[in-house]
Design a protein around this ligand. Structure first.
Ligand code: NDP
Length: 616
């Protein structure tokens, strides 16, 4: 970039401030409501309760969530020798394995992290992903593949939601009530519970005036209704839209994938934007089998973990290696360390340094828009004015191009968003838009501490998880907490973070498997076979020590404070000093994922200090 081309830093920052203030609203997260799907295709999942329900009365491990998180916990527990596949049940509201990749079936669904780093257990399954970024279908099939390889296929209870969990000190078990949409319910008693129910799974929409008046079709992008649109996830030829005018609300990470497909099939597509995404190029391509063969066979075992860690090092700006193995637009974004932390993130000048890098990046992305989008007004509306780390970075080679189609209209609500429905469609400042259907790509409720998977939890002495969250959240390494014995969860609070969530889940699954197998060894003296009961939980002192380490690094994430509202900063909710202190206890590990993993590995090597293990 020549000197003349440099963005005017001062003007840009002023614009960032103006755009942020425009979007700030006092109701914060309360502006949304959860969206119940009426998609009958999805509602018809019958609970699949194993015939021998006795096995649910003295179960070893109950895992809530059968996505990649739940599966990784199951696999790592089996591999560690802690239990067998037959000692585990996975329960999930979805109709099969896959979690988010089961629920989301919208056209264009693709993982935005490279498949060779994202797809779990590639070395063990020897599976070659078909492309650098694979589709949701391939990811869901991979979840099924993992379940089959570790004999977990018959261990899933689907279409069932965990409603309540209560710990009993007398028998050392958790009692979990699960129920299905059709009223079937079941009680499961287990020694251990893993909550791997994900974070972004309850679709939300804005609270809208007039939602009952609207006569057209409404659905959320995560509950796609192919009966209405035509086509299927495998073949999204949405021919039933050819005479329809469709409204799409939102321009986030899901929207940018679905919108190009809708534009191809709808007679007219009207897109309602509140805040534009920053969209970089994708450059997806098929996997070259020759390269794959050589890459996966020539190296030492552990190639996938090394590739994941190579990716992480670039994102958290952690002495990035000379060779960039993934080499995509993610790895050119060291400024992402502002929200996932990094070893240098606490240095006084660090934020200024990455802000400068980010200003240049965002400026290039704004220019990319004016290069691609032919209508000048539309191109201006699509430009993001905030730091690139404030929203999920997006990558696409067909989203911006979609706005050059004659059947596509962008309605720029100038940061206000939509809030009014009428009988016929949506009413915004620009007028009323008649729409046959409205599809909401407005995101998900971010599970808080107390509502992780929305399961009310009661631990020892009747203390609820919610009470613990409100009085001062504390964990050991983001995976367990005092007063809730034998309960484990994969962060994200007080754990490390990166853009590749599968890496985090796997490290935490390995950690919990290590804790449980070592605890079992300590109690029984045996590595395999014994079903002796025991409890494991961190001491109060140990979890306070970990929390103080989290708090001392929370300043590393100060870059998020000035962000435009979004779910990452609880819609810019303003907090009192006391609230801010309590909220800081939910921070991630500020020094980055590499440092976090070293820290928990060191703790394991030193012998599980501060963990209370009792035989029953
Ligand atoms: P997001 O929350 O990221 O986006 C929601 C969109 O809806 C935003 O553009 C938001 O605008 C807009 N919106 C909200 N309220 C209104 C309103 N009243 N009027 C108009 N627009 C409104 O949800 P997504 O489903 O897109 O993504 C959620 C997360 O899911 C991502 O951040 C990512 O973590 C994950 N994801 C991952 C993918 C992957 O490949 N790994 C793919 C897709 C999603 P505003 O920005 O102003 O709030």
């Amino acid at each position: 970039m020549s000197e003349d081309d440099q963005p005017d830093i001062y003007k840009t920052r002023v614009r960032y401030d103006i755009e942020r203030e425009k979007r700030w609203r006092p109701d914060g997260p309360v502006q949304y409501t959860e969206f119940e799907s009426d998609n009958s295709n999805l509602a018809e999942h019958h609970p699949d309760i194993p015939a021998n329900t006795n096995c649910l009365q003295n179960l070893r491990v109950l895992i809530v969530g059968a996505g990649f998180g739940g599966l990784l916990f199951a696999v790592r527990l089996i591999q560690s020798g802690f239990c067998l596949g037959t000692d585990i049940i996975l329960v999930d509201t979805a109709g099969g394995f896959g979690g988010t990749w089961w629920w989301n079936q919208y056209p264009g669904l693709t993982c935005d992290v490279e498949s060779y780093t994202y797809m779990p257990l590639l070395e063990e399954t020897k599976y070659m992903p078909s492309q650098k970024y694979v589709s949701g279908i391939e990811l869901q099939e991979h979840a099924q593949r993992i379940a089959e390889q570790w004999d977990l296929s018959s261990r899933g209870i689907f279409g069932m939601k965990a409603d309540e969990m209560i710990w009993c000190d007398q028998d050392g078990q958790w009692t979990t009530k699960v129920s299905g949409a059709d009223g079937v319910s079941q009680t499961i008693k287990s020694q251990f519970v893993i909550l791997a129910s994900g974070l972004l799974h309850y679709p939300k929409i804005p609270k809208l005036h007039g939602i009952d008046q609207y006569n057209g079709k409404v659905f959320h992008n995560s509950r796609w209704d192919y009966d209405y649109t035509g086509g299927s996830q495998v073949d999204p030829k949405m021919n039933r839209l050819q005479d329809k005018t469709i409204g799409f609300v939102g321009t986030g990470a899901s929207a940018i994938q679905a919108i190009p497909h809708l534009a191809r099939w709808a007679n007219k597509l009207v897109i309602f934007q509140r805040t534009p995404s920053a969209v970089d190029s994708r450059n997806n391509r098929p996997t070259d089998p020759g390269w794959w063969e050589e890459y996966t066979n020539s190296g030492q075992p552990g190639w996938q973990r090394r590739r994941m860690e190579n990716f992480n090092a670039f994102l958290s700006n952690d002495s990035p290696p000379q060779i960039d193995l993934v080499a995509d637009q993610w790895t050119k974004m060291p400024s992402f360390s502002a929200v996932i932390g990094g070893p240098r993130a606490l240095e006084p000048g660090y934020l200024a340094e990455i802000s400068k890098i980010d200003l240049d990046r965002q400026d290039l992305l704004r220019r990319r828009i004016t290069d691609v989008v032919t209508d000048e007004k539309t191109a201006m509306s699509l430009q993001p004015w905030y730091e690139g780390w404030c929203k999920r970075p997006c990558f696409s080679d067909d989203f911006l191009q979609t706005f050059n189609r004659s059947n596509v209209t962008l309605v720029d609500t100038n940061g206000k968003g939509i809030s009014n429905l009428t009988e016929k469609g949506l009413l915004v400042e620009q007028g009323e838009f008649d729409l046959d259907a409205i599809i909401f790509g407005t995101g998900y409720t971010l599970g808080g501490c107390a509502d992780r998977g929305s399961v009310p939890l009661t631990g020892r002495n009747g203390i609820t998880f919610q009470q613990k969250c409100q009085s001062g959240f504390a964990t050991l390494h983001g995976v367990c907490t005092n007063g809730f014995p034998n309960l484990f969860f994969p962060g994200p609070y007080q754990a490390g973070a990166t853009a590749n969530q599968v890496y985090v889940l796997d490290q935490l699954a390995l950690h919990v498997a290590h804790i449980l197998s070592k605890a079992k060894l300590k109690v029984t003296g045996e590595t395999e076979g014994s079903l002796v009961s025991f409890t494991v939980e961190p001491s109060v002192e140990m979890e306070e020590e970990w929390t103080s380490q989290i708090l001392s690094r929370a300043g590393a994430l100060r870059g998020a404070l000035n962000c435009t509202p979004g779910y990452w900063n609880r819609e810019g909710l303003k907090l009192s000093e006391d609230e801010a202190y309590l909220a800081a206890r939910f921070s991630i590990w500020g020094e980055g994922i590499g440092s976090f993993v070293k820290e928990i590995e060191r703790w394991r090597d030193e012998g599980l200090q501060g963990l209370e293990i009792r035989s029953l």
